[in-house]
Design a binder for this molecule. Structure first.
Ligand SMILES: NC(=O)c1ccc[n+]([C@@H]2O[C@H](COP(=O)([O-])OP(=O)(O)OC[C@H]3O[C@@H](n4cnc5c(N)ncnc54)[C@H](O)[C@@H]3O)[C@@H](O)[C@H]2O)c1
Length: 256
């Protein structure tokens, strides 16, 4: 049995993860921790799943790594700077904390657990070098506290890396005057537009434009249940990863 702990257990995602773990025969839910609870119950876990918020996840990460615990992180906000911080934290903790040094913890940061979304990002990465223009529109429920989404930021980074490797120049854009924010946020040179709206769950379009044609790659998460197969895959697969930081489900899906 794989012993699982959940951080953010009372939240929308955390509560669904707890329910899903309870329903899996090979998994045992040993700790459900939310804001204000002690994290001590997590100590016996084989893997801790974090669905909290960008403001608290780094403190949870530090605590878990120092405790020698493997961690699957779904919480968003992991841009390049934050990933570098997470890497440093893992390096320092495994050198300085005996428990972490002995356990060599794995930390898997997953910007999107939906298999469809991972494929959408992969397809966008493959297509990006063939088009002059690439922009992202991400659309989420009105309760989401951060923008752009982690998925959009990661897609932008993947598109930018693919374009840079292929020598694709910057996308044409004649905008000379604009209201602040009208062209969205710029992530790694890619414009990202964030929509927040009641009734939505999690959606993203990658728009690619070339000579006389456009390609739109769209993914819709219609229900949070779409994230659960990916969460289970991460929980079951984390010990197969190298110690330290891994980003994305691609490796576990055989897409890396
Ligand atoms: N990677 C993905 O596929 C994916 C999918 C959906 C949501 N998310 C992200 O997951 C995160 C959670 O989303 P949500 O919709 O469940 O949010 P939510 O607000 O419903 O839940 C967050 C929970 O974390 C708890 N919390 C706050 N501080 C805590 C702490 N220090 N320790 C333990 N628990 C704490 C809150 O009390 C709350 O219950 C967000 O960052 C969201 O963007 C990621």
């Amino acid at each position: 049995m794989i012993k699982v702990g959940v951080l953010g257990a009372k939240g929308r995602m955390g509560s669904l993860v707890s329910e899903t773990v309870r329903g899996a025969r090979d998994l045992e839910l040993v700790a459900e921790v939310d804001a204000g609870d002690s994290r001590d119950d997590l100590r016996g876990c084989d893997v801790v799943v974090d669905f909290t918020s960008p403001g608290v996840v780094m403190d949870n990460l530090r605590w878990c790594v120092r405790s020698g615990l493997n961690m699957v992180i779904g919480t968003s906000g992991f841009d390049g700077a934050r990933l570098a911080e997470a890497n440093d934290l893992l390096d320092n903790s495994t050198r300085q904390t005996p428990r972490a040094a002995a356990a060599q913890p794995r930390v898997l940061v997953v910007p999107n657990f939906s298999v469809g979304a991972v494929l959408m990002m992969k397809f966008a990465e493959q297509a990006a070098r063939f088009f002059e223009s690439a922009e992202i529109v991400e659309l989420h429920h009105a309760g989401k506290v951060d923008a752009p989404s982690g998925t959009a930021a990661r897609t932008a980074a993947m598109i930018a890396a693919a374009r840079s490797a292929a020598g694709t120049g910057p996308a044409p854009d004649a905008t000379a005057t604009q209201l602040e924010g009208a062209r969205g946020a710029v992530v790694d040179g890619v414009h990202v537009h964030s929509v927040r709206m009641a009734g939505l769950v999690a959606h993203q379009e990658v728009l690619l434009g070339g000579h006389g044609e456009t390609l739109t790659i769209r993914h819709d998460s219609l229900d949070r249940a779409s994230f659960m197969p990916g969460v289970l895959m991460a929980v079951r697969g984390i010990t197969s990863l190298s110690p330290g930081l891994t980003v994305g489900l691609e490796g576990l899906l055989g897409l890396a």
